[in-house]
Structure formats: structure tokens, C-alpha cells
Design a protein around this ligand. Structure first.
Ligand SMILES: Cc1cc2nc3c(=O)[nH]c(=O)nc-3n(C[C@H](O)[C@H](O)[C@H](O)COP(=O)(O)OP(=O)(O)OC[C@H]3O[C@@H](n4cnc5c(N)ncnc54)[C@H](O)[C@@H]3O)c2cc1C
Length: 433
């Protein structure tokens, strides 16, 4: 029996350190520099960030998602999950620990598919936290169904020429390079006809037409770019992996990215939950504390149960990734986690807002901002509906149709079979009556 839910004491010490460090050193950055995480830091900001990153390195917690071959400690996904729960509370924590999306997923695919030259040029600075990257896949007319993508790459001598439009390319405005998914052979199925390219952002023809913001961000301000790739010329060695390998690469990337979002989501939901509980114990209405009202107790109990349930699924999935070292084998559970993520945030944060009254929806608490993360998690890395289809298809692989008109559990059929099985006894019993 190896069902062990305990954390090794040595790693628990690291988690305790991270918890304190995020609370005391990083959460204040969220307040004073709320929008600068993905902007190359000014010399003044570096004076704050570099020593913080060094403290993380000293604790052996820098880039904890990476294996030793890439400079990480090879903690695996389960330990990463426990750490990401802490980092998920803060906007800056992932950057200070070197685990921020989309760079982690991008690093993963360059490590997996890149040549030595590509790793030296793009991966190393990314791992060192010296640059940002962008994953440019969604197009203005198609996102959930990548087989509809049109951005095309045509070979011209010893170059590829890329033309097309991409939408919601996060952090393109501050990224040093883009990983772009491009149709390179329209004659074959999209699954074989698309390729990934590594494109430096300053390549002529990469035009960021505008940056799209989320929710209430002012128009024109945001970090999700509409990009026009206009006759962008890149050398043949800009191809990441083989020609036609884009789908396989995307699966490698998105599997890890989705579960990392889920780990951080636990931290965010827990933070909203902690706020709700504190408020319930602090505020009086109608002759008693909010905490004494059964509606509010319902909010607390439901939220507690939902966070615990979600966390167990995430930890179990992380454990399975470590165990099998094969994202395809845990695809169903990663998709199941992805399905539950938007609901968890929406439910817990909405209740926390409600318990705080007007203050809850105000810009003096982080709750209203957190609320948008619910629908965002239902879209980023693929919409919930598509993941439900994945889960259902994978689940149904383990089932077979009934071999006759009636379901296997049809009681008359089962009863007839059971009677036949015990016919001798039944005859005897009847005979003795
Ligand atoms: C905050 C954020 C960051 C993002 N960052 C990036 C990024 O860095 N790079 C990048 O390339 N993309 C990024 N995206 C885009 C994201 O991947 C897409 O939004 C997502 O794949 C859905 O595509 P779409 O928005 O075009 O929706 P559509 O494809 O138009 O789908 C719209 C809706 O149709 C429904 N739907 C779609 N397919 C099905 C189906 N099979 N069955 C039933 N219903 C369905 C769903 O309700 C879906 O939400 C980001 C998105 C967000 C919100």
C-alpha cells in the first residue's frame, strides 16, 4: 500500500520558506508594480528582483519545473504542484521563481525539440530569466480548432516566408522571440501539414497591430497581441522540430501548461477562501457574525469541499505525470482538471465577493480582478467544451457496447442468469417448501 499524502520534511521546509518569502517579499511587489511582471525590468527594478531571484536559487527553488539536465532540481510535478499553490497567490511570484507561463511551456518544447544552436540561442536566456517569449498559435478567425489556421509558410530557397495573422499572442510586446504555428503543407491533413517556427520578435515583417487587454483594462492597453506576419523571412534553421510536427509539439507544450495553471489556481482559490473566512469572522449583521449565518456557512463549506476536491485531482494527476513520464497517458485527467478550473475560481471568488458586500466588488480588494480568471481559464489553452470532448472520448475507449438489445445491467436478464447459476440450489429450496 503506497497511498501516502504526506510531504517529506525536507521539502516541507522549502515550502514553509517559500510561503513566508512570497508573503513578505513578493506580495508587496504585486501592490507597487502590478503590471510589470512581463516587462524587461529597469535597472532600478533589477536591484530588487535580482537579489530576490538569488534567494530563490540559494534555496534550490529556481525553475523548479525543470530537470537537472536543464539546470533545475528535477523535483517532478507533485512537488511543483505544492510549490505552485503558494506561487499562485501572487502576480510576481512565478517570475521570481522562474516558472511563469507561457515561458515554462515554451522552454519545455525547445528543450524537447530544439537543436543545440536553438537551445543556446533561445532556451538558455529563457531559463536564466533573461528574456521573455511568446506562443503565437490562435488566429483571429479560429482558436479552438487549429485545423482551421491559415498563417502560411512557403519555402523560398534557404528561407521560409511566413504570412498571416495571429491573435491573443500573450506577451508578444515584451518577448524576445515568438514560437509561431504555421501551415507549411496545405496539401495534407492539418495534423501533418503544420510546423512551428522560432521567430525573433524584431524580424522585419512581425507587426504587432495592437495589444488587446482583458476585462476593464483600457482599450489599447493589454498584453495579448494581434500580430500581422507580413512576408516574415526566417532561415531554414528557424524550424522547431521537423516539418509537419506542430501538432505533436503543441500537445507536449499544452499538457504541461494546463496542469501548471491548475496548480496556481488552487493558490488563488485558497486566497479568496481565506479572505472570505476572515470576513465572516469579522463582520456583524442582524444580531450576529456573518460566520453564524447558515447561508454564509454554506458558502464556506461548499468552497472548502470544492477546493479540497480539486486539489486532490490536481495532485493525483501530477503524481501520475511523475509516475508515467508520459503526458499522453494522463491526457484524460489533465483535461478533467482543465474542465473544473473555471468553475472552482468562479464559485469560490463569487462567494468571497458576496460575503465582502460592496467592498468585494471594489478595486480596493483583489477579488473582482480574480473573478475574470474563471472565464479566462475556460478559454486559455483551449475551451472547456473541447476538453470535455477529450475526456469523454478517452473514457469511452475503456467501454464496449452491450452485446444484445438490453443493457448489461438489465435486471430481468441478470436475474435469469443468476437463476441459472444457482439452479440446483433453487430447485432444492423450492422442493423443500
Ligand atoms: C488570457 C488568454 C491568454 C491567451 N494566450 C494565448 C497565447 O499566448 N497564444 C495563443 O496562441 N493563444 C492564446 N489564447 C487564445 C486561446 O488559446 C483561445 O482563446 C482558445 O483556444 C479558444 O479560441 P477562440 O478564442 O478563437 O474561440 P473559438 O474557437 O471561436 O471558440 C469559441 C467558443 O466556441 C465553443 N466551442 C469551440 N469549439 C467547440 C467544440 N468542439 N464543441 C463545442 N463548443 C465549442 C466554446 O464555447 C468556445 O469558447 C489566450 C486566451 C486567453 C483568454
Amino acid at each position: 500500500m503506497a497511498w501516502d499524502f504526506e510531504t517529506e520534511p525536507e521539502f516541507q521546509e522549502k515550502l514553509d520558506w517559500a510561503d513566508r518569502f512570497v508573503r513578505e517579499e513578493i506580495e508587496p511587489l504585486d501592490l507597487v508594480f502590478p503590471d510589470l511582471q512581463f516587462t524587461p525590468p529597469s535597472p532600478e527594478l533589477r536591484k530588487i528582483l535580482d537579489p530576490l531571484k538569488q534567494q530563490v536559487r540559494d534555496q534550490d527553488l529556481w525553475a523548479p519545473h525543470l530537470g537537472p539536465e536543464l539546470g533545475g532540481k528535477g523535483y517532478g510535478q507533485l512537488k511543483l504542484s505544492l510549490l505552485n499553490e503558494i506561487l499562485g497567490r501572487s502576480l510576481w511570484a512565478s517570475v521570481v521563481f522562474g516558472t511563469q507561463a507561457p515561458d515554462t511551456g515554451n522552454a519545455e518544447i525547445i528543450a524537447h525539440y530544439g537543436t543545440q544552436e536553438q537551445k543556446a540561442r533561445y532556451l538558455q536566456p529563457l531559463l536564466d530569466g533573461e528574456c521573455f517569449s511568446c506562443y503565437s498559435m490562435t488566429e483571429p478567425h479560429a482558436g479552438a480548432d487549429p485545423t482551421l489556421f491559415k498563417t502560411q509558410g512557403v519555402r523560398d530557397g534557404d528561407e521560409w516566408v511566413i504570412n498571416g495573422w495571429k491573435f491573443f499572442s500573450s506577451n508578444a510586446k515584451t518577448a524576445s522571440f515568438l514560437i509561431v504555428m504555421v501551415v507549411t503543407n496545405p496539401e495534407v491533413s492539418a495534423y501533418q501539414g503544420m510546423s512551428m517556427f522560432l521567430v525573433p520578435t524584431d524580424t522585419p515583417g512581425v507587426n504587432i497591430v495592437r495589444n488587446v487587454g482583458l476585462g476593464t483594462e483600457p482599450l489599447g492597453e493589454g498584453s495579448h497581441a494581434l500580430i500581422h506576419y507580413d512576408n516574415v523571412r526566417v532561415p531554414l534553421d528557424a524550424l522547431l522540430g521537423g516539418e509537419g510536427q506542430a501538432f505533436a509539439i503543441a500537445q507536449t507544450r499544452l499538457g504541461g501548461g494546463r496542469i501548471h495553471h491548475a496548480m496556481r489556481t488552487i493558490g488563488m482559490a485558497q486566497r479568496a477562501f481565506d479572505m472570505m473566512c476572515e470576513r465572516a469572522l469579522s463582520r456583524e449583521v442582524s444580531g450576529g457574525l456573518l460566520a453564524e449565518k447558515q447561508f454564509v456557512q454554506g458558502y464556506i463549506a461548499d468552497s472548502y469541499a470544492e477546493i479540497r476536491q480539486f486539489r486532490l485531482l490536481v495532485l493525483n494527476t501530477a503524481w501520475a505525470i511523475d509516475r508515467y513520464q508520459d503526458y499522453r497517458r494522463v491526457r484524460k485527467d489533465i483535461a478533467a482538471v482543465k474542465i473544473l478550473m473555471p468553475g472552482l475560481i468562479t464559485n469560490v471568488v463569487t462567494r468571497a465577493i458576496q460575503v465582502h458586500g460592496a467592498l468585494g466588488v471594489s478595486n480596493e480588494l483583489p477579488l473582482a480582478g480574480m473573478l475574470l480568471s474563471g472565464p479566462v481559464m475556460g478559454l486559455a489553452d483551449g475551451p472547456t467544451e473541447v476538453h470535455k470532448v477529450t475526456v469523454a472520448r478517452q473514457v469511452l475507449r475503456d467501454y464496449r457496447p452491450s452485446d444484445d438489445l438490453w443493457p448489461t445491467a438489465h435486471r430481468p436478464k441478470l436475474l435469469a442468469a443468476a437463476r441459472e447459476k444457482y439452479a440446483d440450489v433453487l430447485e432444492h429450496e423450492v422442493g423443500n417448501l
